[in-house]
Design a binder for this molecule. Structure first.
Ligand SMILES: Nc1nc2c(ncn2[C@@H]2O[C@H](COP(=O)(O)OP(=O)(O)OP(=O)(O)O)[C@@H](O)[C@H]2O)c(=O)[nH]1
Length: 388
C-alpha cells in the first residue's frame, strides 16, 4: 500500500534544507493519532466578523466554512493492485502499439526501427526515444539477449530508470501550513485534482484551507466543495477579486488558524497569455510575502492526453514559476502516455543545467474522474502498466 502523502516532522526537518532529496518510507498522515506527525496548530487568531453571514473576514476576503452534503461519505483508499489494473487499462492505447514490436521471433534492425516508430507515435519525443533506444540496445548487448521478449523487459527497465527521478512523495507537515500553489492550462484537470487531493488530505486527518484564486470561474468553488470534507476544509474566496490578494489572505488565514495545508487554486491560462503568466508570478510573490517560506510546492497540472504539448507547457510554466511538481491527468485512454519519458528526460537535463533548482517530481497521475482515479506516481509500476 502506498501513502498518498508523506509527512515530516517540522522539528526533525528544521536541519534539512527545503530542497533536499526526500527519503522514502515515512509514516503516512493517516497514523497521526499515534504519532506526533503534524505539529499541533497554534491557537487561531481572532478574525474579524462580517455582519450577519456567519463567515469571518481575513483582510478583505470572506472566509466561510463549506457545507457538504453528508451523503458524500469518505471514500476508502483503493488497493494498489486495483489501481495498477486501472492504470494498465488506461495506458492500453499507448502500450499496445509498443508491445506489438516484440511479437516477432528475432532481434534485428527491423525490430529497433519498429520500436522507434512506436515510441515516437506514443509522443515520447525524439530525444527520449533516442535515449531509450540506445539504452535498450546496450542492455540487449550486455545481457546477450536473443529473444524479442527480452527486449521488452529491457525496455521496461530503461523506462523505469529514466522515470525514477520523477517519483517522489508530496511532503506535508514540514511547514505549517504547507502552501501548495496549483497551476495549469484551462481544462487540464486542476480543480478536479485539487478536489481529489483535498479529499485525500481530509481523509487522512489534515486540515485544509482552499484559496479560490480562480476568481474568473464562480463554478470552481462549488466544484471544489463537492470533494471537500465537512469541517476540515474552509475556503477563502473573493468574488471578482484579485487572485494574488485572495492567495495572500488564504495563507495569512492558514497561518492564523494552524491549517496543515493551504491549496491555492489558480485560473487556467495558456503560456502564451503573457499577462496571465505574469499574474501567476505575482501570486507566487505575494504568497511569499504572507509566508517567507511559501509556496512550498508549485504544481502544474497537465493533461496527459495532450502529449508533447504537455511538455511544452511544463517548460513554459517552469520558466515562469520554477515548478516543484506535476500532476498528470487523463492518462486513461490516451495514446500519448510516452510523454512521461519526454518529461523525465527534460527534468534530467534541467537538473544538470540548474543544479540549484529543486527537481521536478510527478506527484500524482490520474486515470479518470473519480477520487480513486488519482494516485501517487511510481516509475516501475508505470513502465510495467505501459508494457504489461
Ligand atoms: N478522463 C479523465 N477526465 C479527467 C481527469 N481529470 C480531470 N478530468 C476531467 O477534465 C475536465 C476538466 O477538469 P477541471 O478540473 O475542471 O479542469 P481545470 O483545469 O480546473 O479547468 P479550468 O478551471 O477551466 O482551468 C472535467 O470534466 C474533469 O472531470 C482524468 O484523469 N481523466
Amino acid at each position: 500500500m502506498f501513502s498518498f502523502f508523506k509527512k515530516k516532522l517540522r522539528s526533525v526537518l528544521s536541519s534539512t534544507p527545503a530542497d533536499a532529496p526526500v527519503q522514502p518510507e515515512v509514516p503516512a498522515i493517516s497514523d497521526r493519532s499515534d504519532s506526533p506527525a503534524l505539529p499541533s496548530p497554534p491557537s487561531p487568531a481572532p478574525l474579524k466578523q462580517p455582519a450577519g453571514n456567519g463567515g469571518s473576514m481575513i483582510g478583505s476576503a470572506l472566509v466561510t466554512p463549506i457545507d457538504i452534503p453528508t451523503a458524500l461519505a469518505l471514500a476508502v483508499a483503493p488497493e494498489r493492485q486495483r489501481w495498477f489494473g486501472k492504470l494498465q487499462e488506461g495506458l492500453r492505447k499507448t502500450g499496445s502499439s509498443i508491445s506489438t514490436v516484440f511479437t516477432g521471433s528475432q532481434i534485428d534492425e527491423q525490430l529497433y526501427e519498429d520500436l522507434e516508430t512506436a515510441l515516437l507515435m506514443a509522443d515520447t519525443g525524439v530525444s527520449a526515444t533516442q535515449h531509450l533506444l540506445a539504452d535498450v540496445r546496450r542492455r540487449v548487448k550486455e545481457g546477450g539477449m536473443t529473444h524479442p521478449v527480452a527486449v521488452r523487459n529491457a525496455l521496461i527497465e530503461s523506462i523505469t530508470v529514466l522515470l525514477k527521478p520523477l517519483e517522489r512523495p508530496l511532503v506535508i507537515g514540514e511547514f505549517v501550513p504547507t502552501v501548495i500553489m496549483v497551476t495549469g492550462v484551462n481544462g487540464a484537470g486542476k480543480t478536479t485534482s485539487i478536489g481529489k487531493l483535498t479529499r485525500h488530505l481530509a481523509n487522512e486527518g489534515a486540515s485544509v484551507l482552499l484559496a479560490a484564486a480562480d476568481t474568473f470561474r464562480a463554478a470552481a468553488r462549488e466544484q471544489l466543495s463537492v470533494w471537500a470534507d465537512r469541517n476540515t476544509v474552509e475556503i477563502v474566496s473573493q468574488e471578482n477579486g484579485d487572485p494574488a490578494a485572495v492567495s495572500f489572505d488564504a495563507v495569512t488565514a492558514g497561518k492564523a488558524r494552524g491549517k496543515d495545508v493551504v491549496l491555492v487554486d489558480t485560473a487556467g491560462r495558456l503560456p502564451t497569455q503573457l499577462h496571465l503568466m505574469e499574474e501567476l508570478r505575482k501570486i507566487k510573490r505575494v504568497v511569499q510575502k504572507a509566508d517567507a517560506t511559501a509556496p512550498h510546492e508549485v504544481l502544474l497540472v497537465i493533461d496527459g492526453n495532450t502529449g508533447q504539448n504537455a511538455l511544452a507547457q511544463v517548460k513554459a510554466f517552469d520558466d515562469t514559476l520554477q515548478l516543484t511538481g506535476l500532476v498528470v491527468t487523463k492518462l486513461d485512454g490516451t495514446a500519448k502516455g510516452g510523454v512521461l519519458a519526454a518529461i523525465a528526460l527534460w527534468a534530467r537535463e534541467r537538473a544538470k543545467a540548474s543544479p540549484g533548482l529543486r527537481p521536478v517530481a510527478v506527484y500524482f497521475i490520474g486515470v479518470g474522474e473519480k477520487l480513486e482515479d488519482l494516485e501517487t506516481f511510481n516509475a516501475r509500476e508505470f513502465a510495467q502498466a505501459l508494457l504489461g
